[in-house]
Write a protein that binds this ligand. Structure first.
Ligand code: ADP
Ligand code: ZN
Ligand code: ZN
Length: 728
């Protein structure tokens, strides 16, 4: 109302890659503008949706030059709570990213658009006394109406549940409401109706008690439990307490860990259906999940990375399962670590956060070792099963067949003879990673990346696993026309074929992104495995995550050698994590398990530490190396990434950027070419900034990043800052 007399200025985030907010004047409406409300504003020649971040009493621009907001599409409703806004502000200042992109990343896709509207709270319908009375009378002509009444007699139901009863359900329902045979009310959060789980082991009990004791306060817990030690049981017990107190909770899982199987386990145990959200859902479904989170109707949300930003007014606990998983880091656009932001969010709210894993990332491991996190160890498998036994095969002395040694083949044979299951792990899909010409040495390379094309034999295509481009497999060599094309190396498709030939009568299931495109598909395959019938499993890291296959007693790790001598300093850490995760698939039940590791480097020191002393010793050893080399987590890094079609442009930009870097205790190195220099037709280079302390790093980054857009060469390149980078 006072907008005309004392001009207030709205600082608005717009979905643009610009590191600034935009000032607008409120529109003439009687509504009071509030931070968190969406606005429709003019921008250049178009209209766009924005979000009010702040209300200020000054602007650097004179009011005469400022445009007015056109409309508040949601009225007084906000799409971001003050808590989310605080978190997002921290995000854009910490990650040095454009505020508008950070804010819009936190909205469900439909609300990023002008036509998207906040859905009203979900309602449920129930039968009235008059409706009960109507049911006593003869059904009458409209059978479908009678069916609807009968449906409601069984208990309140939502739209989704009624939809199945009749194609005309909406019209019939309207009539029931009109006749006052039924009434509608806002859907109440589902009542907690837990069913008892197994008796906790001592280790689990200690962890549950310690975590529960911190409810209502910010504390970080590392739940460090070997695979099968019952971490999920611990989550269930602490969640039950949070929910009992009327709180909401958020469980974040890696991209490939979110299966219907996992969700139904929570459903069964807690007695209500958790709300699930991930990027594979339709925009409408994501909006619905968002609305239920915001209204408090969702008590437990299970989701991937992006669920972290849901508005949850009663959020009392955040759990990240498999905290070491790389999918928690967003690798493009707004690059953030969902793990680190989760910790920040919990700190802001004053609630506990639980990081669960069998293989802590070195960051988390060292936070726990330094006493910043509570460290709960679950050293034993909950079912009493033993840890699998390792057997290292030195490939230098082995006869090989399609990537698998004769010894490993006979181990597989013995397992199948005992009517048990064997799992063969190779983290490479396709038939062969290279297709080459035996006559002239030509090989199929991607035109747009520094990478070979992977040969997918069944689909007769050569695919680039980096940019997605693909071509048909040529009939003869494009270089010398010889009919001499052949694959080099192995992928899961080839292993499947080779193993199927060796054991034609044994069912063989392949798990990789070519065979498992939908989450439901994974469950279908894994149900088959769980039925217990003797079979062979072949797959990529999709098989490494949290799945319980009781009859698998042998795991063969085909090859992880590349990691031992990689130029990426994190390769060893990731190899250790993957090895332990894959090995964890063996012998989870009553039957003892064995893991066969094929390697050319059986004497590699880190490998020996891992195999002989376990992951904790391994993590401590590689931490010591990182500390000696001043690498993260013992130093802090940021990258200035840049790419363009022409290498000269990228280098010119980075060189000029380097010149501008302020003198201080952080150092800038480079420019360096990215590990994959060319990707999707663009040349990629970076500058590395490193400092001994986080605040030292940020102090120098802040002023620097501000100046980068003024570099003349910046117009010819794309650039972005990557704080705490995970790849190079
Ligand atoms: P994790 O999440 O650590 O891999 P889970 O919670 O999935 O482990 O537990 C592994 C298996 O052990 C599951 O089948 C689970 O039902 C069972 N389990 C967990 N805790 C117990 C317990 N205290 N007693 C008996 N079985 C348990
Ligand atoms: Zn050739
Ligand atoms: Zn490519």
């Amino acid at each position: 109302m006072n907008s005309s007399c004392s001009p207030l200025f709205l600082k608005v985030a717009l979905p643009l890659p610009l590191r600034q907010l935009f000032d607008y004047l409120p529109c003439g409406s009687t509504l009071t503008a509030q931070p968190g409300m969406r606005v429709l504003v003019p921008f250049g020649q178009r209209k766009t949706i924005g979000v009010i971040v702040e209300i200020a009493d000054k602007s650097a621009v004179s009011p005469a030059k400022l445009a007015r907001v056109i409309a508040y599409p949601d009225g007084e409703l906000t799409v971001l709570t003050s808590e989310s806004l605080e978190l997002l502000k921290w995000c854009w200042s910490y990650y040095k990213h454009a505020p508008g992109e950070v804010v819009f990343n936190a909205l469900p896709p439909l609300l990023r658009k002008a036509h998207g509207v906040i859905p009203p709270p979900l309602v449920q319908y129930s039968l009235t006394a008059a409706g009960e009375a109507r049911l006593q009378e003869p059904p009458g002509r409209i059978k479908a109406q009678h069916r609807l009444l009968v449906h409601l007699q069984a208990g309140p139901a939502t739209d989704t549940q009624l939809r199945a009863s009749s194609p005309a359900w909406r019209k019939l329902l309207a009539r029931l409401l009109e006749q006052r045979w039924a009434r509608s009310e806002i859907l109440q959060p589902a009542p907690l109706n837990p069913c008892p789980g197994p008796l906790l082991t001592d280790e689990q009990r200690l962890a549950v008690d310690a975590i529960s004791a911190t409810l209502g306060d910010f504390h970080c817990h590392l739940l460090d439990g070997v695979t099968g030690s019952g971490k999920t049981e611990v989550y269930l017990c602490v969640l039950e307490q949070v929910l009992k107190q009327g709180g909401q909770a958020l469980l974040l899982v890696p991209e490939i860990g979110l299966t219907p199987q996992l969700v139904s386990r929570f459903h069964r145990r807690l007695g209500f259906e958790p709300v699930v959200t991930h990027s594979g859902l339709s925009e409408g479904q994501r909006l619905q999940a968002w609305a239920m989170a915001k209204s408090g109707q969702a008590r437990l949300v299970i989701g991937t990375r992006s669920a972290l930003f849901l508005p949850l007014p009663e959020l009392r606990m955040i759990i990240l399962d498999e905290e070491h998983d790389a999918s928690f880091k967003q690798q493009d656009g707004f690059r953030y670590s969902a793990r680190d932001v989760a910790v920040k969010r919990a700190a802001g709210l004053g609630v506990p956060v639980v990081l669960g894993t069998a293989t802590p990332s070195l960051e988390t491991f060292n936070n726990a070792a330094a006493g910043r996190y509570h460290w709960h160890r679950l050293r034993h498998r909950a079912t009493g099963a033993n840890e699998p036994r390792w057997r290292v095969l030195d490939l230098c002395q082995q006869v090989m067949k399609g990537g698998i040694s004769a010894t490993a083949m006979s181990a597989i044979g013995e397992t199948l003879e005992k009517r048990e299951q064997a799992l063969v792990f190779l983290n490479r899909r396709g038939y062969a990673p290279v297709l080459l010409c035996h006559a002239c040495g030509w090989h199929a390379a991607c035109q747009r990346c520094d990478a070979n094309l992977t040969w997918h034999k069944a689909s007769q295509r050569l695919l680039c696993h980096h940019c997605g481009s693909g071509v048909r497999v040529p009939l003869m060599c494009p270089e010398c026309s010889a009919d001499a094309l052949q694959g080099a190396g192995e992928g899961t498709e080839q292993l499947e074929q080779m193993l199927a030939t060796a054991w034609p009568a044994t069912p063989l299931l392949r798990f990789d992104r070519d065979t498992v495109r939908k989450t439901g598909e994974f469950d279908r395959l894994s149900e088959q495995v769980k039925s217990g019938e003797s079979c062979l499993l072949v797959g990529t890291q999709m098989l490494a995550k949290g799945h319980h296959f009781p009859k698998v007693t042998l795991v063969v790790i085909v090859n992880l050698d590349q990691a031992l001598y990689s130029s990426d300093f994190r390769a060893l850490e990731r190899m250790g994590q993957l090895m332990v995760q894959v090995a964890g698939r063996a012998g989870r039940d009553q039957l003892p398990g064995e893991v066969v590791l094929q390697t050319h480097y059986p004497q590699h020191e880190s490998l020996l530490t891992l195999l002989e002393s376990g992951y904790e010793a391994f993590a401590a050893a590689i931490s010591a190396d990182r500390r000696a080399a001043c690498l993260p987590p013992f130093s802090y890094q940021a990258l200035l990434r840049s790419d363009a079609h022409r290498k000269e442009d990228v280098r010119a930009f980075l060189n000029q950027a380097k010149q501008l870097f302020p003198v201080g205790r952080a150092t800038v190195y480079g420019p360096f070419p990215a590990m994959m220099e060319r990707r999707s037709g663009r040349t990629r280079w970076y500058l590395l900034v490193q400092a001994d302390g986080r605040s030292l790093l940020h102090r120098q980054l802040d002023g620097w990043v501000e100046k980068l857009k003024n570099i003349p060469a910046a117009r010819k390149v794309r650039w972005a800052v990557d704080v705490d980078p995970q790849d190079y």
